[in-house]
Design a protein around this ligand. Structure first.
Ligand code: GLY
Length: 416
């Protein structure tokens, strides 16, 4: 069986690693990174070059394509591969609107009474500003479209809300993603994420996780793509998972069906837990990064089989079995990430840092004539499994301390 994984981050390295563990020998990754190329054949096709990927998949007789990031989903890769008779794991362009249009997702949630913060939609900055002047704070300001995880601003006071609205709608800091904007009620609580996989008819639970979005310890500094993750989330309980399935996932899948939309692939449910009740903050139509790095090493089941069942709309054979272990992932990022990451720096200590239950997942790395160098903002996701968060943290940070590159930044409090 030939499998193609699309993407180049830590999430895709974790996917390739798991697919290899599941016994697949012929793995391709487009475009991949320096870590992935030790496990798979990397091909220089960009993740959003859908026609290039289609041609490659046909040439190599790819049996299953696994989509990592959101851009190819937005570009309709699943629709195009499916129309060409190729099995692909992920939702269609229309179903992926749960992530690619926050207005679509919020309207669906409201219509079907799925718990989520109250909101208003605006297509001019003047109307949005008039509205926030009448509200109390904090308020959440969101760009409608994809904004690389940066399109959500929590405004503590009126001046912050006005400046966020102007940036999004007038200055178009997120491009066309800011044509339309939402203003959302702020709900106090703790955030967590929960992952399920759908075959279009039923969902299978994967795991919960928690992401550490801010750059610095104690949730300070700018928002990033994620500086670390743990799985399961320390904020999740079996009771909450049952509530998420009953109050959110099941009614959402029913709602999509009523709207004539079939959802296949992984669904990332981002929730705020307030007074022990979950409220939807966001959906992602893909695995999270770096949540996936903490989740996948915990999975005992054959994930390739689950991906294939999802892609083909087949019944899942059995629930996904997880190890008892906790996963902790610590992201090591480049100097000056997230603003202007410095790249091209040699990374030392990689070989000695891994080990049993410690995984060095690469993100922004490249191999220059045998020397591994930094090539992006988030560089590595150092992940460890342990019988407790404390044990997993100790292993992960031991490995982090053995890896050296100039200017590296990482949080010391992942899992605390
Ligand atoms: N870690 C958040 C995301 O993948 O969107």
């Amino acid at each position: 069986m030939n499998i193609l994984v699309i993407g180049s981050g830590g999430r895709e390295h974790a996917l390739v690693h798991k697919i290899k563990q599941d016994g697949i020998k012929n793995i391709f990754c487009a475009p991949g990174n320096a870590g992935i190329e030790e496990l798979a054949q990397c091909v220089p096709i960009k993740a959003d070059d859908v026609s290039g990927l289609l041609q490659f998949a046909k040439e190599k007789r790819i049996s299953l394509t696994v989509v990592g990031p959101e851009l190819p989903l937005q570009a309709g890769i699943v629709d195009i591969f499916t129309a060409n008779g190729l099995a692909i794991f992920g939702p269609t362009k229309q179903a992926a609107m749960l992530e690619t249009s926050k207005v679509f997702a919020k309207k669906l949630l409201k219509t079907y009474a799925i718990p989520s913060p109250a909101f208003e939609v605006f297509d001019t900055s003047a109307d949005a500003i008039d509205y926030v002047k009448t509200r109390s704070f904090p308020l959440v300001i969101k760009a409608d479209g994809l904004a690389s995880g940066k399109g959500v601003i929590i405004a503590g006071e009126l001046s912050e809300a006005i400046s966020a609205i102007k940036d999004i709608m007038d200055n178009r800091v997120f491009g066309d993603a800011g044509k339309v904007l939402l203003v959302e009620e702020f709900i106090r609580g703790v955030e967590s994420s929960y992952f399920v996989i759908s075959n279009g008819a039923t969902c299978i639970n994967v795991a919960s996780a928690r992401d550490y979005k801010r750059l610095n310890d104690n949730d300070r500094g700018p928002n990033t793509g994620g500086m670390g993750s743990i799985s399961p989330s320390d904020k999740m309980t079996p009771e909450l998972e049952e509530k998420i399935n009953r109050r959110i996932v099941s009614p959402l899948m029913e709602a999509l069906k009523k709207e004539g939309i079939v959802y296949k692939g992984v669904l990332y449910v981002g929730v705020m837990i307030s007074n022990n009740d979950p409220y939807v903050l966001e959906f992602n139509a893909r695995f999270g990064d770096p949540e996936t790095q903490a989740i996948l090493p915990r999975i005992e089941s054959d994930l390739v089989g689950v991906f294939m069942d999802s892609a083909k709309g087949k019944m899942f054979a059995e629930p996904i079995k997880l190890k008892e272990d906790v996963g902790v992932c610590v992201v090591m990022a480049s100097q000056d990430y997230p603003v202007n990451p410095r790249t091209g720096i040699t990374i030392e200590g990689l070989k000695a840092a891994g080990g049993k239950d410690t995984f060095i997942f690469h993100a922004g790395t490249k191999n220059e004539k045998g020397v591994i160098k930094t090539a992006g903002g988030r560089v590595l996701g150092i992940t460890a499994l342990g019988e407790s968060i404390k044990a997993a943290r100790e292993k992960a940070y031991k490995a982090v301390n053995n890896i050296i590159f100039e200017g590296s930044q990482y949080r010391r409090d992942i899992g605390l």
